[in-house]
Design a binder for this molecule. Structure first.
Ligand code: ADP
Ligand code: ZN
Ligand code: ZN
Length: 722
């Protein structure tokens, strides 16, 4: 027999299938990892296929040395998924396969997935030699069986080995319990309302459903009921939530409901913990995978449901190698398992909603909050008017007076500002010099607390400017406000109130996140200042006011998606207010109070916003009505990228000629972010009509194959064009 093997080395040159002989009697299956001779080294590889015949003469082929584990770490579905992802994202096979198994299993580390146990072959055996051996026999008579690792720890390896060689004990792999889960599920006695129940009843079969429910409409409860149903059918489920929504509160809710049937994959886990969760899923001990993006690769078969909560979130798109979009992977898995895919959101992406309008997705709606509460009133405050009336501070008079009354009533407020640090940049007032990162060509952010300038792209830190390095001036100006500055200004206004800050800087330590939230929960009155992190998932009943300090910040980006993102953010943040008996209010500060995005957001008119946005995109020929393809070239040496790109672009122009009616736009340029982590970035942007888009994509890709020195990334409708 012969095996097709992919070598576990992530290089362009090895991105192909190699054939090896399977020695007679060696139990090799598809999906197994194997040790193979390669050149004069021994490397690990993945068996992706087995055949009886080989095209190559067998004397030319080498033989597999041994399996890495005696089971297939890559299940058949995942091999198919690899093929799908290869084709769709033009990725190397190895980089895809690596997504499917935890890092702990790779890098030459051999890990026991199945635990070994020991028992006596004859329970009445008596032995008289070797102190440890006698102890082991005594122990096993008492305990009947014990984990191999534990016995090894207690009595040592050699005694166990010699007992095994004398057939006094046997070492066996524990049986995996794959029987479907039939135990009681704690439904916490929450009875779904009619709308929720209808949603649960509608979601079945093998369609894709868009669950559009306002914040607080009980979507999470719907997911939980769907998952319970899946478990009762003896099947498994995957549920994705954005990393920042994996709050302790959310995790606790899931654990309370599903106990140890659930495996949670989040970034707070160590490599070892991650491996343990993977193993529980792989062995069928856990039946529900809940986690951020990468949980879509959970090693579960027999899926009965795939759920993507907050489906519009940008974090579902992997923007670094390997680049993929979670929706398509989820869709593949749902189709493979013939189960429903549920995309849930209060503010679906324009792309998804458009599919629902066209009938490609089935639309399920939850238009009201469960407790009958009104959504909080959003008041738009014109900051130009504030300046005209003499207030040049970062808070409007309205926000200050609303904060004062929250404090009087011993309630809570959240203040949202989507920029961490103190101020966005430091600039010389005299010559215009702006402090930038040496490696990234982006301006540095001032962090007052650490008294440092930091690069938010690579993390490098620099000394704060006292004088301008360019002209020596001491007149240094700070840029737009960040979380630190908002906190320090609030402290001046309300010195006796507890004010907490939540952003990447205050939550980098383990459990810091939970601690801040815990502290806020009991701070009455209290104010929580934060970035996107506070925008979702939190359920604080005493929050009666939400302030959005600088709403325009997400509105004016060069990106066609920035209005959509702005709308989403306002809706999400507003959803934090008035979740319980007290009415909530939102103060939205802007310099463009008449922008349509704010009008629709203030009326919670998602459909109105969608229609407007759909119109604009159709007229301007942007996705979802066209496809944007970005081909990004990066290299440390600017000349290398430029030269390769030049050659390549001439070939791309031929494709443009061929499809002159379909390609609306094609141009080559420096990326807006010219340099990142010491690599120069150039890109080709193509916009084309949809009908021949696949074909065009394929041909464009073909023309980039000769660029071997630069790293080339291919992206479709990129989330981020910088
Ligand atoms: P969403 O995810 O749509 O924002 P959640 O699922 O978080 O909404 O629900 C908001 C709150 O309402 C939660 O505290 C939840 O426990 C509660 N809830 C959901 N459904 C019901 C129901 N049918 N009856 C009572 N409370 C409910
Ligand atoms: Zn200067
Ligand atoms: Zn940098």
């Amino acid at each position: 027999m012969f095996a097709s093997v992919i070598i576990d080395q992530d290089t362009k040159a090895l991105d192909k299938v190699f054939e090896y002989i399977i020695p007679d009697g060696m139990p090799i299956e598809k999906g197994m990892r194997v040790f193979v001779p390669f050149g004069n080294r021994i490397l690990q590889g993945f068996v992706i296929d087995k055949q009886y015949k080989s095209e190559y003469p067998s004397e030319k082929l080498k033989a597999i040395i041994s399996p890495v584990e005696d089971f297939s770490a890559i299940k058949p579905e995942m091999l198919e998924l690899m093929n799908f992802m290869c084709k769709k994202y033009h990725l190397r096979m190895t980089s895809i396969l690596r997504l499917f198994i935890p890092a702990e299993m790779r890098e030459g580390k051999v890990k026991e997935v199945f635990e070994k146990s020991c028992r006596l072959t004859d329970e009445n055996v008596e032995i008289s030699r070797g102190k440890n051996q006698i102890e082991i026999v005594k122990y096993l008579k008492e305990h009947k069986e014990e984990k191999y690792e534990k016995l090894k720890e207690l009595f040592g390896y050699s005694s166990l080995k010699s007992l095994e060689s004398k057939h006094i004990i046997e070492i066996y792999k524990n049986q995996i319990n794959r029987s479907p889960y039939v135990g009681e599920i704690n439904d916490k006695k929450i009875k779904l309302n009619d709308l929720q129940q209808r949603a649960v009843d509608t979601i079945k079969g093998d369609d894709t459903f868009l669950l559009h429910g306002v914040t607080g409409s009980g979507k999470t409860e719907v997911y939980m009921h769907l998952i319970s149903r899946v478990l009762k059918q003896g099947k498994n489920a995957i549920m994705l939530v954005p990393e920042i929504s994996l709050t302790p509160q959310v995790l606790a809710n899931f654990r309370a409901r599903f106990g140890d049937k659930i495996a949670i994959l989040h970034s707070g886990l160590s490599a070892g913990e991650r491996f343990d969760e993977w193993k529980r899923l792989f062995l069928g001990e856990a039946k529900i995978a809940v986690g951020a993006r990468s949980a879509i690769f959970a090693p579960l078969d027999n899926l009965g449901m795939v759920i993507i909560d907050e489906e519009h979130e940008q974090s579902y798109i992997s923007e670094s190698n390997p680049r993929y979009d979670t929706h398509s992977v989820a869709m593949f898995r749902a189709k493979y398992n013939r189960c429903p895919l549920v995309l849930g959101s209060a503010t679906p992406s324009v792309e998804s909603y458009e599919k629902a309008v066209r009938g490609e997705y089935k639309l399920v709606e939850l238009p009201v909050r469960v407790n009958g509460r009104e959504l909080p009133k959003i008041q738009i405050v014109d900051m130009m008017m504030e300046i005209r009336s003499g207030n040049s501070g970062i808070f409007s008079n309205q926000l200050i007076s609303d904060l004062a009354s929250v404090i009087n009533n011993k309630k809570q407020a959240m203040i949202f500002i989507n920029r961490r640090g103190y101020s966005s940049f430091m600039m010389c007032r005299d010559c215009g010099y702006v402090a930038k990162c040496k490696d990234c060509d982006v301006s540095l952010v001032y962090h007052k607390e650490d008294n440092k300038l930091k690069c938010h792209y690579c993390g490098k830190q620099y000394k704060v400017l006292d004088v301008c390095p360019n002209c020596g001036s001491e007149r240094i100006k700070e840029g737009a406000v960040g979380t630190e500055k908002v906190v320090s200004e609030l402290k001046k206004l309300f010195p006796d109130v507890k004010i907490l800050r939540m952003d990447n800087d205050t939550t980098s330590k383990k459990n810091a996140h939970a601690k801040i939230l815990e502290e806020f929960r009991s701070a009455k009155p209290g104010i929580l200042v934060g970035t996107q992190m506070i925008a979702k998932g939190h359920d604080f009943e005493d929050v009666t006011l939400v302030g959005i300090v600088d709403a325009d910040q997400s509105l004016y980006h060069s990106d066609y998606r920035s209005t959509e993102r702005c709308f989403q953010l306002i809706t999400q943040v507003s959803g934090r207010a008035g979740r319980s008996k007290d009415e909530g209010k939102v103060v939205l500060q802007t310099y463009s109070p008449r922008h349509y995005t704010y009008k629709f957001a203030a009326n919670y008119d998602y459909k109105g916003f969608f229609r407007k946005e759909e119109n604009i995109r159709a007229t301007a020929k942007f996705p979802p009505f066209t496809r944007i393809i970005r081909i990004l070239f990066t290299h440390q040496d600017e000349n290398v990228v430029k030269d390769e790109l030049k050659v390549c672009y001439n070939k791309l122009l031929k494709v443009k000629e061929k499809y002159q009616d379909e390609i609306i736009y094609m141009d080559v340029m420096k990326s807006p972010l010219k340099r990142l982590q010491n690599k120069f970035r150039y890109q080709v942007i193509v916009r084309c009509k949809l009908d021949k888009a696949d074909q065009i994509e394929e041909e464009l890709l073909e023309q980039t194959k000769d660029a071997v020195k630069s790293s080339v990334f291919f992206e479709v409708n990129p989330q981020n064009m910088s």
